[in-house]
Write a protein of this length. Structure first.
Length: 134
């Protein structure tokens, strides 16, 4: 396998990251002897002043299931999956110790067999508080 990453700081406020990779892994859960996966991702980060950041990105993974078999955990003989995720994030500091983050993501899987296809959209809100000296 391989992994490649490129992080570029275009300005003090703007950054771009691109990654790609390929790996092979043993997998007894998905009803295959092993899985070959290709992964690609890109992300853009933008700093809004000194307290806030916005980010957006996309990732794509294509998986080939080799030595596929039917098992009690996976009653369908899987051939391949394509998984796409698109996200946006707003994060920042609210005062000296409080942190907030709002995340929105959409995921889509296209599978062979098609019975395993899905679309999912999620929203997350997280709050953090820094303890101790900062």
């Amino acid at each position: 396998g391989y992994d490649v990453a490129l992080d570029v700081t275009i300005s003090p406020r703007l950054g771009v990251a691109v990654t790609a990779g390929r790996n092979t892994s043993a997998n007894g859960v998905a009803g295959a002897q092993f899985v070959i996966s290709n992964n690609y991702a890109a992300q853009i980060d933008y700093r809004l002043g000194t307290r806030y950041n916005v980010a957006t990105g996309i990732s794509f993974r294509e998986s080939q299931f080799r030595g596929a078999f039917v098992s009690p955990l996976d009653p369908f003989r899987r051939q391949s999956d394509d998984f796409l995720r698109i996200f946006g994030q707003f994060s920042g500091r609210l005062g000296k110790r409080l942190r907030v983050s709002l995340d929105v993501a959409h995921s889509r899987r296209r599978s062979n067999p098609a019975v395993l296809n899905f679309n999912s959209t999620g929203v997350g809100l997280s709050l953090g508080y820094q303890l101790g000296r900062g």
